[in-house]
Design a protein around this ligand. Sequence first.
Ligand SMILES: [Ca+2]
Length: 129
Amino acid sequence: MLASVGLGALMAGGAVTIGAAPASAAWSDCTYDYACMWQSTDYPYSPNASFQYNIRQLTASNNLVNSVVNRGATAKARFFDGFDFTGAYFTLDREGNLSGAQWRDPYLANGTDSTTTPWSNRISSGKFV
Ligand SMILES: [Ca+2]
């Protein structure tokens, strides 16, 4: 009886969303105070790599990152083409910035707000600056 009541309420609701969204599929899956990287675009599920201070060499995700977010508490995050913070880089502001500057990017293949150079499958190290 309860089940049928529930269904009736659901149908009457009209715009109720049926089918759960993925439990975890957002940049917010990056722990606050970290910068995070995903191998896929649009930050799906848990990050594939992250750092709270820096990461000198990506391992499993080296040259495979396609979306990034900076949830750092105070600093900008810089992502480098080479190991040990070498080579070309781009910088993201932090989530809590008040300037409106970019602090995440869901699709590195077309660059970032600061560059049109493609950054898909390229990041090898990163640090807060
Ligand atoms: Ca690289």
